[in-house]
Design a protein around this ligand. Sequence first.
Ligand code: MN
Length: 718
Amino acid sequence: MSEKSSLLQKLTSTWKATNLDSLINELNLYLDPQAIAEIQRAYKFSELKHKHQKRKSGEAYIHHPVSVAITLAKYRLDTASIKAALLHDVVEDTQVQLSEIKEHFGEDVATIVDGVSKLDRLEFQSAVEAQAESFRKMILAMTHDLRVILVKLADRLHNIKTIESMTLESRKRKARETLEIYAPIANRLGIYALKVELEDLGFKAFSPYRYRVLEKAINKASAKQKKSLLKTKEQLIKALSERGLSADIHIREKHLYSIYSKMKRKHASLNDILDVYGLRIVLDDDSDCYQSLGVVHQYFKPIPGSFKDYIAIPRVNGYQSLHTTLFGPNGLPLEVQIRTREMDWVAERGVASHWQYKAVEKNAHSSQFRAREWLNALMAMQKNSDSEEFLEAVKIDLFPDKVYVFTPKGEIIRLPKGSTPIDFAYAIHTDLGGRAISAKVDRKIVPLGYPLSNGNKVEIITSVKASPNPQWVTFVATAKARNAIRSQLKVIGHDDAVIAGRKLLVKALYPHRVSLRQLRGKLLERILSHYKLDSASDLFEKVGIGELIATLVATNIAAGPNAINFSQVKHDSLEIIGTEGLTTSYGNCCLPIPGDEIIGFISSGKGIVVHRANCKNVSIFRKDARRWLSVNWGENILREFFTEITIRTLNKVGILAEIAGKVSSLDSNIVSTNIETQGDSTLIYFRFSVKNRKHLANLLRRIRTVDEVTRVNRGHTQ
Ligand code: MN
């Protein structure tokens, strides 16, 4: 090569593609020289074919494919994707045939270029229809290779960046398409960084005036907030490092379009949208994340119901993070995300992280593995694709096992699920518990056994003369309340306890149609010797201070001199009303619910354990007749019971979310779930709460309306 021509080549290449250097720089960060050389070959081919074309802006056409390739290189996509990006418009806009691409660059690159060219030919017409139609076609394109979509998204990104040279009409159309079609796809694929860019640029192109006004307003309004956040950030970094946690904390600025959408959705002004900022805490591993959550919650109280654990249960697209919203400094809500570096990588890049050049661990628990699984399911789904389903937002809210309630002063008290005003009172102070006479929840008087729910404002009404009621132990959910009640009852005078115990026993005997007067002679003797007591008043006292459980004593008394015999007590069935508290529990083996035929088993440690009559454990212990007693459900049972079901479905993305949605739409809380893929089908297991059999039947009916569901069984089956 002559000196002159090499100089000329240098000049032309720098003149033609200053952004080629940026591309090479980016590629150098993760690809080896051989791969980069191959990519340069694709560049030269594309440059040659587009030689005489110019973009509307007047610059050389090659600038566009190189920009697209740069975007993809930033996502560390593989060599084939980068080559395809460089060649993506060659077939559509020049004389080159697809076979030529295949010949020069291989099958892989040709398939991607073909897919992108096909997408380019799609015509979007009326707003609503176009959305569904284009979705379907895009999904079909994805069947061949998801990289097609990634190239297309990067293509769209560059087009919307350089939209100024277009006519107003096509600008609006492209902007709208970007907002309604491409950004949602990026979102669905979990490529969050790209989604944000597409949305902000789409918004800017669609309503440039609004964009500018909002941008200005946000900058003005948020200066102060940013300052206090910086302080919070320093504070948290210090607190975390004191516990040996090294974290990167980023101040997360909400992007313009998300603020705009929120204002539109909530008909709110900018001043009402205060949570413009959030914090992201990035750490080394899972356990650091949970530890930091604890630290963060020590500094700022969480807003009840805001915590979401996407680490334990990742979103379908593989996204993992802990989310919590705090009462931040100045009383403003502060959203905090906590995740590991790996999760952060995946969260920003979504499925694009799948093609990350770096060798990926084949660890079933890694986010990348999950993203890939999700991807496979996505591909499988296209066979019976329906774009609306694809569009359907996937949202699984976790149901925490805690309730968060407010004191009258606005302080938050955290209690286990199922807690009552009595638990609340004892959680604040044992004196408050001991003197409680009634309670108000959200300003309404409720029974003391009322189950509290998230966000309730609870007020305890007390009297100095009041003392704890032994019956409370049957419904409280916290050990603290239970122990306090028992110890307070012990210091009450003997007489009071006897009176209270007698009352409780009369009440407990009522369903057996036994009167306390019958407790004499041989029956009394047997009962006293059973409990190793000297007198009836000792028995009443023990019941009165909660050491003996009235319902159990009553069952024993009702059983008559021959003690408990299953067949004999058949007619004198014990009524189960669900509020027996500690004295009654429900077999974990069969999880009975009201409406089921049931039977009680007297267990020395647990009181009465209720089983379904057809539970396999019943037949195993059937011979032990003295320990069985007939039980039946009372009417108007207010509490909820746990039950479990196993669903077999065809594999489909989002099926878990869809079914979970059906379950929770009928006022049922899911406590645990498990999903297992077996070939073409998926087994989904749920444990959740229901009121009774009717409630369960309604739920099952609803679940069966999901087309993919092939079988639903009660219980946990394989
Ligand atoms: Mn293009």
